[in-house]
Ligand binder design. Structure first.
Ligand SMILES: [Zn+2]
Length: 118
């Protein structure tokens, strides 16, 4: 994959992820503020447990998005030091198709597949 293409892909992923983090943070704060106003009992009130679920769900998505952002930052660093597109496990080239689909990928498709089944 061309370095410029990779850099652009990482940049656009980063922008999307940052926007997503902002949305999720706003959503999370709204849920927290809403549950405070209602003063619900999370365990016994059906409405309260829905809020607790939404809050946990949004928090999980937020963590996921932040982890992905960190992955993208590491990918940017690898782009700079020249190890981008080199599989971390076997040292082979990561296919450009895979990098287009997952710009933060650290392993080639072969290693990713064998890790999943192991
Ligand atoms: Zn590999």
């Amino acid at each position: 994959m061309e370095e410029l293409t990779a850099r652009n892909a990482l940049r656009s992923e980063r922008e999307k992820t940052l926007a997503r983090i902002n949305d999720l943070r706003a959503e999370f704060e709204a849920i927290v503020a809403g549950s405070r106003d209602m003063n619900t009992d999370d365990e016994h009130d059906p409405e309260g447990s829905t809020i607790a679920f939404d809050r946990a769900q949004t928090h999980a998505l937020l963590n996921e998005a932040e982890a992905y952002l960190a992955e993208l930052d590491r990918a940017c660093a690898r782009l700079v030091d020249g190890s981008y597109s080199v599989c971390e496990v076997c040292g082979n080239e990561i296919g450009s198709e895979r990098l287009t689909a997952r710009p933060a990928a650290r392993t080639c498709i072969g290693c990713a597949t064998s890790n999943r089944s192991a």
